[in-house]
Write a protein that binds this ligand. Sequence first.
Ligand SMILES: [Zn+2]
Length: 224
Amino acid sequence: MPWNTDPGLFLGEVEPEGRPLWSIEAPVPDGETWVPLRQLLGELGDDQLKAAVRAIELASWRNQHRFCGVCGTPTRQRETEFAFECPRCDTEFWPRVTPAVIMLIHRGDEVLLARHARSPGPVYSCVAGFVEAGETLEEAVVREIDEEVGVRVGKPFYLGSQAWPFPHALMAAFLVPWASGDPVPDGHEILDARWFRRETLPQLPPGISIARRLIREFFQDPEI
Ligand SMILES: [Zn+2]
């Protein structure tokens, strides 16, 4: 195989056999078709998905930290842990994970879903956004909701989290009770926002996404 295994990244061992797992960057072999990870969501098992997410995030981090951001010297990877260091000024560079919040706003038996400008087709999903510097998760929830759909909400209830490697987000998911105001899409990131009941749910994001899990948990319906 004409694959370049240098620089490969050792990801860990696959249980239960303890086989070593590496990620490498490689050209697509003749006769094969490779697809972006996003297209495989829902088809990979949990362990495969976890390994793929880790591989993509670490490869991206490595590619973006080949040189020290302080003094420009080429960095080197530590042998014992996932970190790069600068041999000249000792600055450390750790894998990059970016916190983001995603929330399902609910009112009685309805949920507020939004059509995002970035989404393919007529998919409606939860409101989401990145946490800003100096902000708590709860403050980010309230701010993003206000900016994107313009309603006031009550106290966020934390549901769970998911690594989302597009490019390196850690999504923290919340159920959030509506308090007041009609939804007004910002017209930029959000094209439409409206209330849906269980029986009128529109096309939703992939089943494996935490957005879908929020909707499933709210309606207590494993069929969603
Ligand atoms: Zn340096």
